[in-house]
Design a protein around this ligand. Structure first.
Ligand code: AMP
Ligand code: GLY
Length: 418
């Protein structure tokens, strides 16, 4: 059987890598894929992840494909899973109505409020004038969020009224994120530490994976701009089993219950971005998909057959699955193009030294030409290693990061330090 994976980043490379372990899968296609993915899958560079019709046509023309895995947020929000299902094809990922939990912050905040799921206090605004009126008496710092998808850039933490006013103007008047900014959420600034929990969900059962922690800022010590994620490790060193159990009862199950009560069957991966403080655990955000780079750190620890889990999710038989994990600590260090998340150059040749056998380099933004790999995106590679503890995993990952080189490469040196 054959599988089509939609997307072309490090997350999709990790998904292909995990699927590859199933010996019944004879071929993986990846649309569009990237240089590293092309070593284990047939990439379809002309089919973008948001080309819904192109993907449907490809699946129709390749009857060997038994499942399409939709990994990125945009095609999920556009309804790719709905389109494939309507045409009789199996697909892993939430439908458009279920993907709203990520694609609309207004939707997710209202859902949490209605069902008593702990989250930051907030207000929703449809116009800049009333938002700015509210900012006059608000407490600072405060967080301004565009309602819709914004490539991870739609959340702005503002230390005072001046910054918040600028954020509102950019989102609502300058339309920096297009229609995603037609509504905004202004919410309370939470403090504490962050943890990500990805969970498989079939609409009836929710099965959390091991915890992980992302590093969103571009520079060491959480300085610089927000990025898609500069590294991750798993498990969280602070969020243990007790915290997980409590979060399961107070957040994960209630979220599933809330979706069911709204008539939404969520099948796919539900991602909980959590903030943990002395006052308890609160939801910062939901994503309707695997996170990047958390997926790279989490999936290398998975012992189950990922294809089997995907099938169980689609068939709503997830209650039959017991997840098994390597009792190891994993870490993924992202190597980015110099300048990312702002302007950067592409097309530099990447030199790989002698990478350790037990270390996987997931490609995020690369292309392969005549047997050589070139940079082709902001985030370029994710060097992923495991160890008996975080210190050992870190040491191994950075030893391998140092074997890789390309012009102007940039990485954080403190992934997994805090
Ligand atoms: P989001 O896309 O909503 O997860 O936001 C991106 C990042 O912004 C989060 O991972 C947090 O680091 C930060 N953030 C979002 N909302 C808040 C909040 N209410 N308080 C503090 N930090 C936040
Ligand atoms: N790493 C955060 C995300 O995938 O949204």
């Amino acid at each position: 059987m054959e599988v089509l994976v939609v997307g072309g980043g490090g997350r999709e490379h990790a998904i292909c890598y995990a699927l590859k372990k199933n010996k019944d899968i004879t071929k993986i296609y990846c649309a569009p894929g990237n240089g590293g993915i092309s070593d284990i899958a047939e990439c379809l560079p002309d089919i973008k992840a948001t080309d819904l019709d192109g993907i449907l046509e490809f699946v129709k023309a390749h009857p060997g494909i038994s499942m399409t895995v939709v990994a990125p947020d945009d095609p999920l929000a556009l309804g790719l899973v709905d389109l494939l299902n309507e045409n009789g094809f199996r697909a892993f990922g939430p439908t458009k109505d279920a993907a709203q939990i990520e694609a609309s912050k207004v939707f997710s905040k209202n859902l949490m409020k209605k069902y008593g799921i702990p989250t930051a206090d907030y207000q929703v605004f449809d116009d800049a004038r009333s938002a700015k009126e509210y900012l006059k008496t608000a407490e600072y710092p405060i967080v301004v969020k565009a309602d819709g998808l914004a490539l991870g850039k739609g959340v702005i933490i503002c230390k005072d009224k001046k910054e918040a006013t600028k954020a509102v103007n950019e989102i609502m008047l300058d339309h920096k994120f297009g229609k995603s900014g037609n509504q905004i959420v202004i919410e309370e600034f939470l403090t504490g530490y962050e943890v990500s929990v990805l969970a498989f969900c079939d609409g009836k059962t929710i099965l959390p994976m091991v915890t992980s922690q992302d590093h969103k800022r571009a520079l060491d010590n959480d300085q610089g701009l927000n990025t898609g994620g500069m590294g991750a490790f798993s498990p969280s060193q602070r969020f243990g089993e007790t915290e997980m159990k409590k979060a399961y009862n107070d957040i994960f199950l209630p979220t599933l219950g809330a979706l069911c009560s709204e008539g939404i069957t969520f099948k796919g991966v539900l991602y909980f971005g959590l903030m943990v403080s002395d006052k308890g655990v609160k939801v910062l955000e939901y994503n309707a998909r695997f996170g990047d780079p958390e997926t790279q750190a989490v999936l290398v620890r998975l012992e189950n057959d990922l294809y089997d889990i995907f099938n169980k999710v689609i068939d709503q038989k997830l209650s039959q699955v017991k997840l098994k994990w390597k009792d190891r600590t994993s870490i993924c260090v992202i190597i980015a193009s110099g300048g990312y998340p702002e302007a950067y150059e592409k097309g530099y040749e990447i030199e790989f030294g002698d990478i350790d056998d037990d270390c996987v380099v997931f490609h995020s933004g690369t292309v392969k030409k005549d047997g050589k790999y070139y940079t082709n995106g902001g985030r370029v590679l994710g060097v992923t290693c495991m160890g008996k503890n975080l210190a050992e995993a870190r040491e191994k990952a950075y030893a391998n990061v140092k074997k890789i080189s390309f012009k102007d490469m940039h990485y954080r040196t403190d992934i997994g330090v805090k």
